[in-house]
Ligand binder design. Structure first.
Ligand code: SF4
Length: 319
């Protein structure tokens, strides 16, 4: 019953019975609804990094570079490019820079990159998310105390590359269950397990359990998954359970959006990944029922609102 699910959604998305958490639109006959998750869109770290770039543009510290795209969103990166902000994609490009401001994005970088920036006397603006910075400090400190480090996450993700670059001893990155099962400790030291901030919480604890079964020592387990990610995933999962169709908006290179998509798809087979407004094919979405919307941490609010508006117009016949 759609009515019952809408009632449940309305209850689930109210705080203390009055304030709506997300954005819920219901058709007058109560047979269709569009619900946008409260946690959809920029997280604190991404918003902070982006604000930093716009601040630098205003303060005219040209030329301005970001080390890697500031967020995984082509629309935003293009806008910054139009304002003169260039993206440096490699260490080698950095080595060739003679002047300018280099902004470190929310993913953070390795110690080696900080050293290089210092060496080259470049103006550095550090927009590393404080939650990521905290992981750098943990692995550095635990490494100094003699721990061997395990990071759960993707070895090729810039955040993990950065974290890895702060480890002072042996380190292994584990991304899949198979890798966790095949994990072999390189030393006989104590283990410290941390995670990429956007890693799936359930997988993290699963991998911890597997690795604990393989190790003689009880590892130091530090859940460094960011609350923003957890909240986004939990909320998206709850909506997807009730929805007839789910739309996940974000860049194709955004790992947190990809994970969000996987989570929603498990609960709702009609889950669609939307990167740009043009990707949205409303013919795929049922015309009646509940449509849920969530978005990754680097999705601009304007895009979320455009998608929501189109859904409201098509499904509910209102804006
Ligand atoms: S997801 Fe969390 S850790 Fe990552 S940038 Fe956003 S707030 Fe920071």
């Amino acid at each position: 019953m759609v009515d019952e699910r809408i009632r449940q959604l309305t209850e689930d998305c109210r705080e203390e019975g009055t304030v709506m958490k997300g954005d819920l639109w219901v058709s007058p006959d109560q047979t269709a609804a569009v619900y946008t998750a409260r946690s959809a869109g920029f997280c604190f770290g991404v918003q902070r990094a982006l604000d930093t770039v716009y601040e630098q543009i205003r303060s005219e510290h040209a030329p301005i570079y970001t080390y890697g795209p500031i967020i995984h969103n082509e629309i935003v990166v293009k806008d910054l490019e139009d304002r003169g902000v260039r993206v440096i994609d490699s260490r080698q490009e950095l080595e060739n820079l003679r002047e300018g401001t280099v902004i470190i994005r929310s993913h953070g970088v390795s110690r080696e990159i900080y050293d290089l920036l210092k060496e080259r006397n470049l103006h550095v603006v550090d927009a590393t998310c404080p939650f990521v910075r905290k992981i750098h400090r943990i692995v550095e400190q635990k490494g100094n105390e003699g721990y061997e480090i395990v990071i759960t996450g993707s070895a090729v993700h810039p955040e993990v590359e950065g974290i890895r670059g702060w480890c002072t001893g042996e380190v292994t990155v584990v991304e899949t269950e198979e890798e966790a099962r095949l994990y072999k400790q390189k030393t006989d030291k104590n283990l410290c397990i941390v995670s990429q901030t956007t890693f799936n919480l359930k997988k993290f604890y699963k991998f911890v359990e597997i690795i604990m079964g393989l190790s003689y020592h009880k590892p130091a387990v530090l859940n460094t998954i960011c609350n923003a990610t957890e909240e986004r995933q939990t909320e998206a999962r709850s909506i997807a359970k009730l929805a007839d169709a789910m739309i996940v908006i974000g860049g194709k290179h955004s790992s947190n959006t990809q994970k969000l998509y996987e989570i929603c798809r498990k609960e709702c087979s009609n889950t669609f990944f939307v990167q740009t407004f043009d990707d949205l094919n409303l013919r795929l979405v049922p015309f009646r029922g509940i449509v849920g919307i969530s978005a990754g941490a680097s999705t601009p609010n304007i895009l979320i609102e455009e998608v929501s508006k189109l859904c409201r117009k098509t499904i509910l016949n209102r804006c």
